[in-house]
Design a protein around this ligand. Structure first.
Ligand code: WQD
Length: 344
């Protein structure tokens, strides 16, 4: 039987892929998005891909705007659960403008959960981040590994985790904070994908833009890290695996009879270096990616790699897609949409 879910930030990269998975499961979605770093076109394409399964309504609004959130809860029927994607996610920007991060990420979450409390909707999946672990020294990274965020982006995500933990201790709330590692790739159709504004910060979209000839070469940020090839290691996971994880998490929470507070790593457990990703992309697509080594990027840590076992134990979820899948699907999206959602 389909549920009705509120998805904040549902037009974004992870939100749009998750919306599609939930619609394919027959759910009715209400998306709240201010299109700050996303496009309504993504939702149009999600509807096209869902092909009559489930439903999707849109409210254009900001999660900090109590009236907009109230309107979401009052429009249509009861909301059975919320996935809260809406937020800011650029590490460097958070260092330069911390108050904006505390406002959007923390205050936005407070406004949302206050409305949920008022309307008796206490089931929530929250987008957290593997960067809450800071610069860890020991691996694998388990959920009980101490958190030590080193920039405002991660600090605000951890603050929300703590706020939600406190809410759960008041009773009745069922909350999962999912600590995403590095989501990449796109839906295999090539219709929806990641659409960064301007020069991409992140490795994957940069690689696909170099492969497409839109940028001359990749700058590899440092080859003197204490890793086997000297380049940084991250746990990249396919965005469709991450989208599936949200569906499974909501199902799990809705089955819990009592107050539940979950914090789960969402990754593959297999870290890859920058050069391993570059060469994996070349193998998957047959395209050479020119690169040069440049100095380290400030704020980068040598390695982040999930221990994903808790998610498997609690949810029965584990990532199934390979690096080849991530590269092939990300490349299909880039080729079909050279300028993202802005054209074609
Ligand atoms: C990965 C690796 C870089 C670009 C950030 C956020 C995180 C998350 C995802 C929200 C690193 C190297 C990168 C480039 C490179 N959240 N790199 N050349 O830094 O792990 O995580 O994005 O979006 O919260 O912190 O991801 O893709 O930027 O970098 O060499 O042009 O690739 O040094 O080792 P990161 P990333």
């Amino acid at each position: 039987m389909g549920h009705r879910f509120l998805i904040t930030g549902g037009a974004g990269f992870i939100g749009s892929h998750t919306a599609l998975v939930l619609m394919e499961q027959g759910h009715s979605l209400l998306v709240l998005d201010n299109f700050d770093n996303s496009s309504p076109e993504a939702l149009e394409r999600v509807k096209g891909l869902a092909n009559g399964q489930g439903s999707l309504e849109l409210i254009e609004g900001d999660v900090r705007d109590a009236d907009a959130v109230e309107h979401a809860f009052k429009s249509g029927g009861t909301i059975d659960g919320v996935i809260h994607f809406a937020g800011l996610k650029a590490v460097g920007e958070s260092v330069n403008d911390p108050l904006r991060y505390w406002d959007v990420n923390v205050n936005g979450s407070r406004v949302l959960t206050a409305a949920m409390e008022r309307h008796g909707c206490r089931t929530l999946v929250f987008s957290s981040t593997s960067t809450v672990y800071g610069e860890p020294q020991t691996f694998p990274l388990q959920e009980q590994t101490p958190t030590a965020p080193i920039h405002p982006y991660a600090q605000t995500k951890l603050a929300v985790e703590q706020m939600l933990g406190a809410l759960c201790r008041t009773g009745a709330w069922r909350v999962a904070s999912l600590r995403y590692f590095n989501p990449v790739g796109a839906h295999p159709s090539g219709r929806i994908g990641e659409d960064p504004l301007g020069i991409p910060n992140n490795l994957f979209p940069f690689i696909t833009q170099v492969a497409a000839g839109r940028r001359e070469q990749l700058h590899v940020f440092g080859d003197d890290y204490p890793t086997p090839d000297g380049t940084g290691i991250r746990d990249y996971l396919h965005v469709m695996d991450l989208a599936d994880a949200h569906g499974v998490t909501l199902d799990h929470l809705l089955q819990q009879p009592d107050s539940t507070a979950l914090t789960l790593n969402i990754g593959t457990g297999r870290g890859l270096s920058v050069l391993e990703v570059v060469h994996g992309f070349e193998r998957a697509t047959g395209i050479t990616v020119p690169y040069s080594i440049v100095p380290r990027r400030p704020g980068d840590v040598p390695k982040l790699e999930a221990c994903p076992l808790q998610a498997k134990t609690v949810l029965g979820w584990e990532a199934s897609r390979t690096l080849e899948d991530m590269c092939r699907d990300g490349w299909a999206w880039q080729q079909a949409n050279p300028m993202g959602y802005r054209r074609g």
